[in-house]
Design a protein around this ligand. Structure first.
Ligand code: NAP
Length: 335
């Protein structure tokens, strides 16, 4: 162990928390200690070779850095407590993302904005995150006038209970039985596509996930007036979100120019030889830290417009990898 920060992983028994613990080890994060925390339900269980402690009775003054993935209500209540006890919080929930005092960071895109933090740094929503590493180099080179997102989101994005729900429904259907009633999602997810990710607020035809994509894209790219819209769907894929993204640039760009530009972009891999069956797919993106982009082509229906297909591992770059990268940035810059 080094002299580095004492790290708490809050929500360590969850889908994102487990991945954070794995990545802290894999990337040899310079922690002096790593403590997994969760609710009383999983306190005492083992995760990644460590014993989970109960958040409710933890001594917060032990920690310098806390990586949160335990849902919005836990972040709302506990992030300020960690900050008051002297820690910096990197939060995966949506609770703090749009707070004007909280930087929303993708290190490859707007890492410098982290300098203004006042104790909490937010990690973007998973479907927004994977698009940002692709859109930022395009914005810098050609400008961006408009973005249309259509997402095909994996069930791991909803956590461990959703993975269990897809598995058990798929097993029942394949055995010729009727699946149990849906509990995590509003409808059966096995062998289905649900055009609803998260919930609808009264009076709004967009889901909360779609609203997050729109608002977070504008905040991260620093373009408050960007024309952007989103349709988010849940698909019966275990892990890895796929997105069809249509963009209108300010200056004309060809697909070859985008391929060349994106092949140099940090955290992005161009996978684009469609005639040979080579394009990004969820099963290939799952387990990788990079975001895959392909199917890059001109949209002949509108000026200066292109289509592309973007795939990312929602548990890694969409959550845990980015959170650990943010933590590395905090350490590197002495923040
Ligand atoms: N999954 C993704 O792709 C993804 C991507 C980006 C952001 N996020 C965000 O990350 C967060 C976690 O997502 P997830 O998918 O990992 O969910 P999950 O698998 O359901 O895990 C939730 C975690 O939070 C803990 N927790 C719940 N209530 C708690 C409480 N009152 N006190 C302490 N710990 C509590 C759970 O502990 P117990 O085991 O004790 O219940 C578990 O460790 C959410 O805010 C989500 O929006 C998820």
């Amino acid at each position: 162990m080094s002299n580095g920060p004492a790290v708490a992983v809050v929500g360590a028994s969850g889908a994102v928390g487990r991945t954070i613990l794995e990545l802290l080890e894999q990337r040899q994060f310079p922690a002096s200690s790593i403590t997994p925390l969760a609710s009383s339900r999983s306190a005492g269980s083992e995760v990644g070779g460590r014993t989970v402690e109960n958040l409710a009775s933890a001594d917060l003054t032990r920690f310098d850095l806390a990586l949160f993935s335990a849902g919005s209500s836990v972040s709302a209540e506990w992030a300020p407590r960690f900050v008051n006890a002297g820690a910096v919080v990197v939060d995966n929930s949506s609770h703090w993302r749009m707070d004007p005092n909280v930087p929303l960071i993708v290190p490859e895109v707007n890492g410098d904005a982290i300098a203004g933090h006042s104790g909490i740094v937010a990690n973007p929503n998973c479907s927004t995150m994977q698009a940002m590493v692709v859109l930022k180099p395009i914005l810098d080179a050609f400008g961006l006038d408009r973005v249309i997102f259509s997402t095909y989101q994996a069930v791991s994005g909803t956590g461990v209970k959703a993975l269990d729900e897809l598995r058990s429904q798929a097993t029942a259907v394949l055995a010729g039985d009727s699946p149990e009633a849906a509990a995590v999602y509003p409808h059966q997810i096995a062998f289905n596509v649900i055009p609803q990710v998260e919930s609808f607020k009264e009076g709004d035809d967009y889901t909360t996930e779609e609203r997050k994509m729109i608002a977070e894209t504008r905040k991260i790219l620093g373009l408050p007036g960007l024309r952007v819209t989103a349709t988010c769907a849940r698909v019966p894929v275990m892990n890895g979100h796929s997105e069809s993204v249509n963009i209108q640039t300010s200056q004309a760009a060809t697909p070859d120019q985008l391929r060349a530009l994106l092949s140099e972009a940090p955290g992005v891999v161009v996978v684009d030889d469609p005639a040979a069956g080579v394009y990004p797919m969820a099963i290939d993106g799952s387990g990788r830290d990079e975001v895959l982009v392909g199917r890059i082509r001109s949209d002949e229906s509108a000026e200066r417009s292109l289509n592309m297909w973007i795939v990312g591992d929602n548990l890694r770059k969409g959550a845990a990898t980015n959170a650990v990268q943010v933590a590395e940035l905090l350490v590197e810059r002495g923040l």
